[in-house]
Design a protein around this ligand. Structure first.
Ligand SMILES: Nc1nc2c(ncn2[C@@H]2O[C@H](COP(=O)(O)OP(=O)(O)OP(=O)(O)O)[C@@H](O)[C@H]2O)c(=O)[nH]1
Length: 394
C-alpha cells in the first residue's frame, strides 16, 4: 500500500545530524553502546561453552553462527510436514502426499536470523551411527525438536528421546530440547493434557534417575492443522534470540504509549512471532495478526511488491503527487502500513525490514490518534532495526 491508500501516515523527518543517523562506533547512542557491550559478552560466553571441534569448522561448509533447528523423532511422526507447513507454506492437507525422508534434509532459511532446519529421517539413530559427527551437529547454538506422534503408541518414541537427552546432557548441557507432542488435532482437551502429563513424567523420571534434575526440556502440544505449530515454533525461536528481553520491553512500551492491546513482531515468511509485549499472549490475537499478514501478502502479490520497476515508480512519483516515493511513504520498506477495522479494534501492520513486520491490535479509541501512533511506531521500528543490526551474527 502506498500513502494514498493509507492517508493517515505522518512521515517523520530525520535529522541527519542525529547521532544514530551517522553510523560509526563513536556516533553510537549510550543505549546502542550498552546493547553492543552486552551482546559481545554473550558471544564470548557462548564461544567458551562451544566444543573446540565445532568452533573450528562448520560441517559441510555451511556458514557459522547460524542457529540450527534439528527435527528428530520416529518415522511418520510428522517432521517433514512441520517443516513444509511452517517454512514452505505447504497446505496441511497436502502433507498426506509427502514421501518418507531418506537422508537428512538441510534447509537454509533466509530470515531475520538466517537459521537452518535439519529434518532427520525417522529410522536414523545418530548415536549408534559412527559416520555422524556429533560435535559438528550439536556444537552450534540451536535447539533439538523431538516430534512425538500423539495419535500413535508413543512409548518407543519416549524411550528413544530419553536416550538422546541423556547422551546430549553429558556433552552439550546447554542445547535446548523441545518436545512437540504432535498431531493433537482431533484429541479431546482432557486426553491431550493426560498425554502431556504422562510423557513429561516419563522423561523427567528418567532424567532424575540419571542425576539430571534441571535439564532444559520443554513440551508443546502441536498440530499442523491449526496455529499451534506456529506458536510452538515461535517459542523455540524466541529462545535463540539474544537479549529477547530488550525487544519485549520495546513492544511493552509501545503498547503502553499507544494504548495497543497486543503487539507482535513477526517473521513475515514463516509467520513465527519472535517477540511480543508483556501482556499474556493469547491464541486469538496471534491468529488475527498472522491472518492479517496473509491478507497483506496477498494484496502485495496482486498489486506489486518491492522492488518496483522504473516505469511503475515513475507513475507513482508523477502527477498529481510530484514527489519522490521516499517522501510519500513513512518507510522505505513498508508498503503495507495500513489500518483495518476488525470488530472495532483496528489492526496496524508496519514492516520493519524485508523479513520482519510489527503487527498490533489497537484499542477502540486509538484510531483518532493515528498521527501520534504512527510517530511512536516509527521510533520503535528504528529501535528494532538498530537491535537487529547490532545482534546479527558477524
Ligand atoms: N492429523 C495430523 N496428521 C499429521 C500432522 N502432521 C503430520 N501429519 C501426517 O503424518 C504423516 C507423516 O508425516 P511426515 O511429515 O511424512 O512424517 P516424518 O516424520 O517426516 O516421516 P519420516 O520422513 O518417515 O521420518 C503424513 O500423512 C502427514 O499428513 C498433524 O498435525 N495432524
Amino acid at each position: 500500500m502506498d500513502s494514498r491508500l493509507r492517508g493517515q501516515d505522518v512521515p517523520v523527518e530525520h535529522d541527519s545530524n542525529e547521532p544514530w543517523a551517522q553510523g560509526g562506533e563513536s556516533s553510537l547512542t549510550p543505549a546502542q553502546l550498552n546493547l553492543t557491550r552486552l551482546f559481545e559478552q554473550d558471544q564470548q560466553r557462548q564461544q567458551k561453552n562451544m566444543p573446540a571441534k565445532a568452533a573450528e569448522q562448520a560441517p559441510d561448509g555451511t556458514a557459522k553462527g547460524k542457529p540450527r533447528l534439528l527435527l528428530m523423532g520416529q518415522r511418520r511422526s510428522g517432521k517433514s510436514s512441520i517443516s513444509s507447513v511452517v517454512f514452505h507454506k505447504l497446505p496441511p492437507s497436502e502433507t498426506l502426499f509427502l514421501e518418507s525422508t531418506a537422508r537428512i534434509q538441510k534447509d537454509e532459511l533466509p530470515s531475520f536470523m538466517d537459521f537452518q532446519v535439519w529434518d532427520f529421517p525417522g529410522q536414523i539413530d545418530i548415536f549408534e551411527n559412527p559416520t555422524f559427527d556429533i560435535d559438528a551437529m550439536f556444537g552450534e547454538i540451536g535447539a533439538l525438536i523431538w516430534v512425538i506422534d500423539a495419535q500413535d503408541d508413543y512409548l518407543e518414541a519416549v524411550a528413544r528421546l530419553n536416550v538422546t537427552i541423556l547422551n546430549l546432557q553429558r556433552t552439550y548441557p546447554n542445547i535446548k530440547i523441545e518436545v512437540f507432542i504432535h498431531k493433537v488435532d482431533g484429541l479431546s482437551d482432557d486426553y491431550k493434557l493426560d498425554i502431556q502429563r504422562d510423557i513429561t513424567i516419563r522423561i523427567q523420571d528418567e532424567l532424575s534417575d540419571n542425576g539430571f534434575e534441571n535439564a532444559p526440556v520443554t513440551f508443546h502440544l502441536t498440530s499442523i492443522y491449526n496455529h499451534s505449530i506456529f506458536e510452538a515454533f515461535s517459542k523455540v525461536i524466541q529462545k535463540l534470540i539474544p537479549r529477547l528481553g530488550i525487544l519485549e520491553a520495546m513492544l511493552t512500551n509501545l503498547c503502553r504509549t499507544c494504548r495497543f492491546e497486543k503487539a507482535y513482531l513477526f517473521d513475515v515468511t514463516s509467520k513465527i512471532y519472535i517477540a511480543t509485549d508483556s501482556a499474556p499472549a493469547d491464541m486469538t490475537s496471534y491468529e488475527i495478526c498472522s491472518d492479517y499478514i496473509d491478507v497483506i501478502i496477498d494484496v502485495t502479490e496482486v498489486y506489486g511488491s518491492w522492488p518496483r520497476s522504473e516505469k511503475h515508480r515513475e507513475g507513482l512519483e508523477g502527477s498529481p503527487w510530484n514527489q519522490k516515493l521516499e517522501d510519500q511513504v513513512a518507510s522505505n520498506w513498508a508498503e503495507s502500513c495500513m489500518v483495518l477495522s476488525d470488530g472495532n479494534k483496528p489492526i496496524i501492520l508496519r514492516e520493519v525490514n524485508k523479513y520482519l513486520a510489527l503487527v498490533a491490535i489497537m484499542k477502540e479509541d486509538s484510531y483518532d490518534k493515528m498521527p501520534l501512533v504512527n510517530i511512536n511506531v516509527e521510533v520503535v521500528v528504528q529501535g528494532l532495526e538498530e537491535f537487529f543490526d547490532i545482534t546479527k551474527p558477524k
